[in-house]
Design a protein around this ligand. Structure first.
Ligand SMILES: [Zn+2]
Length: 174
């Protein structure tokens, strides 16, 4: 095999699950950079993503189902969490203690719930409606964590642990 074919002979079959995962995360990051989706945590009103994913959705890990059910964004305590999609608040601290202080929002189409976990402060109440980019609270380090971050998770509406879906489904496309 020539060096040339080594360099250019990319085949999806040859790529490991981790590499394919990285490709997908990179594609999501690229869409975010174009402002087409809203990041769950930010430094201010801008819609770009100053805190990229530090541990991705469905990465293997020491969890009950063996994989990560959301995406983590490492960020300083007090960073602004913002709604990623139209919806309304359906729960506060309903997913279990390991998630710490957390806020759960149902998308306006009724299909999905999305949550911000390990927060320090929640500024909304049950039933409050949100628009994309609206501040919903502040990040923290509550529950089971190894450091300050936002765990952003999406589930089918009313879903429990294991009913996760890719968070990209609950990020508003602009
Ligand atoms: Zn996480």
């Amino acid at each position: 095999m020539s060096l040339h074919s080594d360099r250019t002979g990319f085949s999806d079959k040859k790529r490991t699950p981790r590499q394919r995962m990285k490709d997908r995360l990179d594609a999501i990051a690229a869409r975010r950079a174009k402002g087409k989706v809203i990041a769950p945590v930010t430094t201010g009103p801008e819609k770009f993503d100053p805190f990229p994913v530090t541990f991705g959705y469905r990465e293997p890990g020491p969890y009950a189902y063996g994989y990560h059910t959301g995406e983590d964004h490492a960020c300083p305590i007090g960073s602004q969490c913002q709604a990623t999609s139209y919806g309304h608040v359906v729960g506060i601290d309903i997913w279990g203690e390991s998630y710490g202080k957390h806020l759960v929002i149902r998308t306006a189409d009724g299909k999905y719930d999305y949550g911000y976990c390990h927060m320090s402060h929640i500024r909304l109440s049950i039933g409050d409606h949100v628009t994309p980019g609206e501040p919903v609270g502040q990040s923290g380090d509550t529950g089971n964590t190894t450091g300050p971050h936002v765990h952003f998770e999406a589930r089918t509406a009313g879903g429990h642990y294991g009913d996760d879906v890719n968070p990209i489904n609950v990020k508003a496309h602009r």
